[in-house]
Ligand binder design. Structure first.
Ligand code: UDP
Ligand code: UDP
Length: 467
């Protein structure tokens, strides 16, 4: 494999960034792009057209208008026939389509001027991108958008073979898998889709995991203090197979946090009195579960800001709020809370002094944003990596997690139970204090001599020193 890193003397290193589908991937890539550009790198950002969600295309438009120095490389996706491994998830379909089309970028990447020093690829397209980059003698780096704990599980993907067909703790073993350097991980935290050879989730990990061992290094949106165990295990030479060096460079900074606050309702609330409820950019609870959540919020007596999603892709989310949660709930809730349908600036909300807790699905971006902004979490993981991410929240101690609530659709979580947990979250001085400590540690990681900042700067210096 060719690993030359090119950068002509005196010219800034030129990096191409290549995210996969969905806001959970796009956000950290945009943040990294802005951070690299503000630290003296020239950045080309590859954007697949069309995007799955309106949120993606809206963010791309506003990002490039506010960051005109970052070059946009548009990549029109050719028509695509999905494989037998896919269900109807448009984000997974897009991920597979991108992976299959990467080779088409060859002519454009090979004649970029100045030539590329490196490509930073999403894990979900790492295999095809690293193959192309190697053919073009460009170094590949991966940006991992999940936790180091979930990365450990992906690294040991082949170990999972023995747990195939084991659902939750029910069948076989003692219900735990031993991960080198990490210790026992409950099988019930492993997404069932990862144990199913015919599911795209498993196929995608098995396709891309080999790149983890081949690329130059792996950037990850976490920081040493919050995930030291998993990071040390991944970086320890005693652990085999040995992945490329893991560089925890998070929490990645927001690029639009300075925007003026547009939250007049929140401005009127008492400090730390509001619970923020959001399940990320692509998770809709069932109608029955939404109803239980209305009961839970009402019975908790807490003031709330709820971002409601009723379908996976925002363009399909056309139902009115009142038709989903009911006029009577909205009427009663008037003094107690607000329900928003549509995109909100989550970081701006989490940063608001009125927010005292976060009911979250534990997408990794949400976890790391809550960590950075010192907001305790009530973890309610639904899919994918989210249970493993919830384990991080629980271990670090800045949140609660009721494991019995299960994966999405596994059971209907009762409104009274939700109310009790929300109350527990909002009243816990311990969680609040711990969240503030986590925020301090995150801030240290980003300071000039902090663990994450030093790694990022070291990486940029290594691009600059090579010719
Ligand atoms: N997000 C946001 N506003 C919304 C929904 C999501 O700003 O209304 C952001 C959130 O702050 C995070 C990303 O979108 O940066 C979602 O990523 P995450 O990993 O939390 O979850 P996913 O959406 O991938 O399930
Ligand atoms: N899913 C998701 N985020 C993830 C992983 C999965 O939103 O990180 C969604 C995915 O869209 C899929 C659903 O969860 O439609 C169920 O996924 P899974 O593959 O686990 O189960 P299955 O397809 O067998 O129902």
């Amino acid at each position: 494999m060719a690993t030359t890193t090119k950068s002509e003397k005196g010219t800034p290193p030129h990096l191409a960034l290549f995210p996969c589908a969905g806001m959970g991937h796009l956000m950290p890539f945009l943040r990294l792009a802005a951070m690299l550009a503000s630290r003296g790198c020239s950045v080309t950002f590859i954007t697949v057209q069309p995007t799955v969600s309106a949120a993606e295309s809206d963010h791309l438009s506003s990002f490039f208008s506010t960051h005109p120095h970052i070059k946009r490389l548009e990549f029109p996706l050719p028509p695509y026939k999905k494989s037998k491994f896919l269900n109807n998830d448009p984000f997974f379909i897009q991920a597979e389509a991108i992976g299959n089309a990467v080779h088409l970028l060859r002519p454009v990447l090979s004649c970029l001027s100045p030539s590329l020093s490196a490509i930073v690829a999403d894990f979900s397209v790492a295999s095809s991108v690293s193959q192309l980059a190697s053919d073009l003698s460009i170094s590949t780096y991966i940006l991992i958008t999940t936790s180091a704990r979930f990365l450990s599980l992906m690294v040991y993907f082949p170990l999972l073979a023995q747990y195939k067909n084991t659902k939750n703790n029910a069948g076989g073993g003692n219900g735990y898998i031993e991960l080198p350097g990490i210790g026992p991980m409950p099988v019930s935290s492993i997404p069932p889709a990862m144990l199913d050879d015919n599911n795209f989730f498993a196929v995608s990990i098995s396709t891309n995991v080999s790149s983890i061992f081949k690329v130059k290094s792996i950037l990850i949106n976490t920081f040493n203090w919050i995930e030291s165990e998993a990071i040390e295990a991944l970086n320890s030479s005693g652990v085999a197979p040995h992945p490329a060096p893991i560089l925890p460079v998070g929490p990645l900074e927001s690029f639009d946090i300075e925007q003026a606050s547009d939250l007049p309702w929140l401005d009127e609330q008492a400090p730390e009195s509001v619970v923020f409820v959001s399940f990320g950019s692509r998770t809709a609870l069932s109608k029955d579960q939404i109803k239980e959540l209305t009961t839970g919020l009402e019975k908790s007596g807490c003031t709330f800001l709820w971002v409601l999603k009723a379908s996976k892709v925002d363009k399909d989310d056309t139902e009115k709020v009142e038709d989903i949660v009911g006029e009577s709930f909205l009427g009663r809730a008037k003094k107690k809370g607000i329900v928003i349908k549509g995109w909100v600036n989550q970081e701006q909300i989490l940063a608001h002094p009125a927010i005292g807790g976060f009911v979250s699905h534990c997408g990794w971006n949400s976890v790391i944003e809550a960590a950075r902004l010192g907001v305790p979490i009530l973890a309610w993981p639904q899919h994918g990596d989210q249970r493993i991410n919830a384990e991080v929240v629980e271990k670090v101690g800045f949140g609660l997690w009721v494991r019995e609530w299960g994966w999405t659709g596994e059971k209907l979580v009762d409104g009274n139970d939700i109310a009790d947990r929300i109350t527990e979250l909002m009243l816990s001085e311990n969680l609040r204090a711990r969240a503030k400590e986590v925020k301090e540690k995150a801030r240290h990681a980003r300071e000039t001599n902090g663990s994450s900042e030093r790694l990022l700067q070291g990486l940029i210096d290594s691009f600059k020193s090579k010719e």
